[in-house]
Design a protein around this ligand. Structure first.
Ligand code: UT7
Length: 317
């Protein structure tokens, strides 16, 4: 049996930090409201001269090094992003150039906050069908570039960053299953629209936060059940949940569903905000580097985002 095993991981956060106190200066909000309603204290913001591919490049370099590989050992690149450098070519192709990888297939995946799970799911299929041996899977987003900083209802959420894993072909257990879904009828609840800001039209995020919140909690409940039952596993078998970091209250609801204490949930939202496709690999890298997640552990990744899209991955580390 061929498995996709996580051979290495890496992440990157841009230097600039935007705190709740900074937001208090420009928005009708408070640190107390943001902290209690979302769990967020600060987020990292991409520099003016950086692009999403630069974020992806840093995380990818770290992951390749962590896997003890050379860039040219990579035979497939998938980048999950909602904020590509350009309409074309794909951020994955630009990343390939930056990594000086000579030739291999490279493409982007757009599934917003569920993008990393989608990318992982596709990479797993390439490995299981013997079509690739070492896949670089990146989640990278510069959400600040599409945030309306005059809209307090969601500007407080978003952050920028990137995370990457190297998935390698192995006969040892790795990805046990992935589950991906979409329901486009909910497009209007969380999407990017053109809005006027100081006389200029800009494409920015528009979200019916409360409705999205309720759908996210219920849907993540279902995906937990789907993942466990398809692997004939019980809640107690999970060592760590590595969730998309959307809102601490959503993370707490998932932990409750799993009868798990929050000590078994990797939480980075306080320091990073919601980094969309980057949040799961950032959380994974944090969990591994902090020596919380260890070899042999069973981890459940789950995400919900615009589309709506949602998904999960059950992985033996
Ligand atoms: O990652 C992709 C998926 N995204 C998500 O899962 C995000 C899901 N949604 C959320 O995380 C939450 O809905 C938000 C954090 C966005 C909003 O929290 P909420 O508890 O759902 O607030 P709400 O939208 O129901 O608003 C409650 C009140 C309103 O005031 P009134 O009408 O009760 O007087 C808002 O105007 O809070 C007000 N409010 C704020 N007050 C201070 C909304 N944003 C702010 C703010 N500061 N930043």
């Amino acid at each position: 049996m061929i498995y996709s095993k996580i051979k290495g991981c890496g992440s990157y956060l841009p230097e600039k930090i935007l705190t709740n106190s900074d937001l208090e200066l420009t928005l009708d909000t408070t640190d107390e409201w943001i902290t209690s309603r979302t769990g967020i204290k600060k987020r990292h913001i991409i520099a003016k001269d950086q692009l999403t591919s630069d974020l992806a490049f840093e995380a990818a370099k770290n992951a390749i090094k962590d896997a003890n590989l050379q860039p040219n050992d990579i035979d497939l690149i998938i980048v999950a992003t909602t904020t590509p450098d350009k309409v074309f070519p794909s951020t994955a192709c630009i990343l390939q150039k930056k990594l000086k990888i000579k030739e291999c297939p490279a493409f982007d995946i757009q599934a917003v906050c569920s993008g990393f799970i989608y990318a992982l799911s596709i990479a797993d299929k390439f490995i299981k069908t013997n079509s690739a041996k070492n896949v670089l899977v990146v989640g990278a987003d510069a959400m600040s570039r599409i945030t309306d900083y005059s809209d307090r209802s969601n500007a407080i959420l978003w952050g920028d960053g990137s995370g990457a894993v190297i998935l390698s072909s192995s006969n040892k257990e790795g990805i046990l299953s992935t589950h991906i879904h979409a329901q486009g009828e909910y497009e209007d609840l969380l999407h990017v629209t053109k809005k006027e800001q100081a006389g200029v039209f800009k494409e920015t995020i528009d979200m019916r936060g409360n409705q999205v919140f309720k759908m996210a909690v219920n849907t993540l409940d279902m995906i937990v059940d789907e993942t466990l039952s398809s692997n004939k596993l019980a809640k107690e078998d999970i060592d760590w949940v590595v969730p998309h970091q959307a809102n601490i209250r959503i993370l707490e609801a998932t932990a409750k569903k799993l009868n798990m204490s929050m000590d078994k949930v990797i939480v980075t939202i306080d320091e990073q905000g919601n980094t969309s496709a980057a949040s799961i690999p950032l959380a994974l890298d944090y969990g591994i580097k902090e020596k919380k997640i260890k070899s042999g552990h069973l981890i459940l990744m789950e995400a919900f985002g615009g589309g709506f899209t949602w998904g999960s991955a059950l992985i033996r580390i």
